[in-house]
Design a protein around this ligand. Structure first.
Ligand code: ZN
Ligand code: ZN
Length: 370
């Protein structure tokens, strides 16, 4: 049996449709038929060659949902349910070693130096070859953390959980907004929108979103954003003045940067109040430097500057529970569905920020649906 896969063979060159032979499974492995694969901003960085982790040739796609076709031996979900062929599953996109200092002592498996990720770190020349989600099938390793999904759920709605949702959940390990707090979120992409949802859940009273696309900003409002600022129609001075007015001249309690540009960091740090926290989660590739004044911006201000890198299984669990509780709300994030063979178009749409979340539907074939 073979699997169609969209393969990145050279940076900046269109993905190539290839038929890859599905190898026999080894103990603990699972063959999964992908029912939906998400297109992430990181996929664009990798496609362009800006992510130093990218091996070639490779199958892109680290956000996936699918149905078990075959499993070798017994496999269980993180909740302890035994899985069987036909079950719909989500899996944690990264696999950490479980035994190093970061996994076993610090309790931060996202920072494991051995962590590898489907659709990011392994080429399709490395056994078992089907290592990414832009394909009809993927083979999951024995040490992948698994979640069982309700059978009737639209798989496309769950897709953003595995990267964007989990990464946004990771931010809330470092901040717990109190009822009445003000949170600024920079970037109305999927990470920023999930972060909005979590901030609102904690009780933040005012959630301000800065973005550059009215359509994305409008979707963010559905998730709890109270004030939107389009950076294309306002100046940096306008935005500062509006935010200071909303916060009694203090600045916001927390800001979450989900953009990945130095300009966003420079603007955002200046909008946080004395004693506040700035979280930077948007940098998926090395994208420049920021100059901060160590006295005024950091010391005198008692600012906490927190970087946030990827996520661990428990963050995926938090994001999944959120989507399962309110699937119709999260369905609004998925604003484009395309067949697998249109992966190149999907990457273009993502690069132009034309969509919030494009989902590829390998099982749909043909012309796909909107
Ligand atoms: Zn480890
Ligand atoms: Zn991602």
């Amino acid at each position: 049996m073979k699997s169609l896969a969209m393969v990145l063979t050279a940076f900046g060159r269109k993905l190539e449709a290839r038929e890859i032979e599905i190898p026999p499974l080894e103990e603990g492995q699972i063959l999964v038929k992908i029912t939906a694969a998400g297109v992430c901003g990181s996929d664009v960085h990798m496609y362009k060659g800006n992510d130093p982790r990218t091996p070639l040739p490779m199958i892109l796609g680290h956000e996936g949902v699918g149905e078990i076709v075959e499993l070798r031996g017994k496999r269980f979900t993180v909740e302890g349910e035994e899985l069987r062929a036909g079950d719909a599953i989500l899996w944690n996109r990264g696999v950490s070693c479980g035994h190093c200092y970061f996994c076993a002592v610090a309790g931060t498996p996202a920072l494991c130096p051995e962590r590898w990720v489907y659709g990011i770190t392994r080429p399709c020349t490395e056994w078992p070859y089907l290592n990414g989600c832009y394909a009809e099938y993927i083979i999951l390793s024995a040490d992948t953390d698994l979640f069982k999904l309700p059978p009737a759920l639209d798989p496309a709605v769950v897709v953003p959980v595995s990267c964007s949702g989990a990464t946004a959940a990771h931010c809330f390990d470092y901040i717990q907004p109190r009822i009445g707090d003000t949170v600024l979120i920079q970037g109305p992409g999927p990470v920023g929108i999930f972060a909005t949802y979590f901030a609102a859940l904690h009780g933040a009273k005012t959630i301000i979103m800065i973005g550059g696309t009215d359509r994305r900003l409008a979707i963010a409002k559905e998730f709890g954003v109270t004030h939107t600022l389009n950076r294309k129609t306002t100046s940096i001075e306008d935005r500062r003045e509006i935010i200071l007015q909303l916060t009694h001249g203090r600045g916001v309690d927390y800001a979450i940067e989900a953009v990945g540009t130095p300009a966003a960091v420079k603007e955002g740090v200046a909008l946080v109040r004395t004693g506040g926290v700035y979280l930077s989660v948007g940098f998926g590739d090395p994208n420049g430097r920021v100059e901060l004044d160590c006295f005024f911006d950091l010391g005198r201000k008692n600012l906490t500057y927190q970087g946030v890198w990827v996520s661990a299984t428990r963050h995926t669990s938090i994001a999944l529970q959120s989507v399962l509780k309110n699937p119709s709300l999260f369905a609004t994030l998925v604003d484009r569905r395309l067949p697998l063979t249109e992966a190149n178009l999907a990457l273009d749409l993502m690069a132009q920020k034309e969509t919030v979340k494009t989902v590829l539907l390998p099982a749909a074939g043909g012309d796909g649906s909107e």
